[in-house]
Design a protein around this ligand. Structure first.
Ligand code: SAM
Length: 327
């Protein structure tokens, strides 16, 4: 079996595929004015193009796939996308990142189509704060959907919360109450600077270190990093069913744990979330017999992957906001 790897000894069995750039939320740190289509922009990849793309990556050892966006549930054929993805030989873990607005209604359908892991963005457990951050007042329904995902035994349920200074960075006690009985993994994500959000970033970025100190003081234990783990630092506590992960992109060695590649909704390969270029794969997704050429094209690009992003120098690459790339 091929496994994609780069000059720095990193392996890439994990693909994040955006299936639509549009989103129905207006998160202050991502799309504060909502999504506006770029006139003349290409349509997202079709089901047939997605199937060819995934066959190519599977040939190269991809076994974990995350469907993301924009908001993937805005796409009407999402269930078919999931079914297509789960039918590709080699795809063992089929995950999706969503804002959860359709979770309670569509969970059974998504699981039946092969979804076996989900990340739901929940930036606050306080309804008013959630509404201020996301522009939507749907917290109760989203939390009910999460409880259902746990109850029906979806193998992996994780929540993402982006840390925002003086907005939600004081909510650890509420989260600890939440995690006491719920076997979900909460991820605190440090805000990342993107092309469109410099002023917001300067105002709201907060390092995760203070939060990690609070966790350690409360008896949470840092787990040793598994050989194939991504960049999150994972904590557990015997008194809690849930776990907590910290994603701190500005911390030392963050990129050493990079194990993922990304493809945008229109089929551009991105070697780094904050890279300076995309590699258009769409021309190689038009016929089934292009598989070999596709595999060669993807494999040949890995030498261009840099050792680290350049966020510390304020270089955000061609990513205006994460909805454009699939965060
Ligand atoms: N719409 C989906 C959702 O709400 O999860 C998927 C796409 S969203 C871009 C993926 C993840 O990126 C979300 O958890 C979101 O909170 C996170 N995100 C977006 N912009 C970010 C930023 N500037 N810094 C850190 N995380 C960000």
């Amino acid at each position: 079996m091929n496994v994609l790897s780069d000059r720095y000894g990193r392996h890439f069995p994990y693909l994040r595929l955006s299936i639509i750039p549009a989103c129905n939320f207006r998160c202050t740190y991502c799309l504060p004015n909502g999504y506006h289509a770029t006139p003349g922009a290409a349509a997202p990849l079709s089901l047939a193009e997605i199937a060819r793309l995934l066959r190519g990556f599977a040939e190269l050892g991809m076994h974990k796939l995350r469907i993301t966006g924009g908001e993937p549930s805005v796409r009407h054929d999402l269930t078919e996308v999931l079914r297509t993805a789960s039918s590709i030989p080699g795809v063992r873990k089929l995950a999706m990142t969503t804002n959860g607005t359709l979770l309670s209604r569509k969970l059974d359908e998504w699981m039946e189509a092969g979804l076996n892991a989900i990340n739901i963005s929940v930036d606050s457990l306080d309804p008013a704060s959630f509404a201020r951050i996301t522009g939507h007042d749907r917290l109760d329904d989203i939390l009910a959907g999460i409880d259902r995902a746990v109850a029906v035994g979806l193998p992996s349920v994780k929540l993402n919360a982006v840390l925002l200074r003086d907005v939600n960075d004081h909510e650890l006690p509420a989260w600890l109450d939440y995690l006491r009985e719920r076997p979900v993994g909460l991820r605190f994500i440090e805000l990342m600077q993107t092309g469109d959000t410099l002023a917001f970033f300067r105002e709201r970025h907060v390092r995760a270190e203070a939060l990690e100190t609070q966790l350690q003081d409360a008896g949470w234990e840092l787990l040793p990093r598994a050989a194939d783990a991504g960049p999150a630092r994972e904590y557990r506590h015997a008194g809690y069913a849930g776990r907590i992960g910290i994603i701190a992109p500005y911390s030392k060695d963050f990129c050493a744990g990079c194990n993922r590649l990304r493809v945008t909704a229109t089929g551009d390969l991105r070697l780094c979330l904050f890279g300076e270029f995309g590699i258009p794969l769409r021309p190689l997704l038009q016929e089934d017999d292009q598989l070999e050429a596709l595999v060669r094209a993807i494999g040949g690009q890995l030498v261009r992957k840099e050792q680290t992003h350049h966020l510390h120098e304020g270089r955000t690459g061609i990513t205006p906001h994460l909805a454009s790339t699939g965060g």
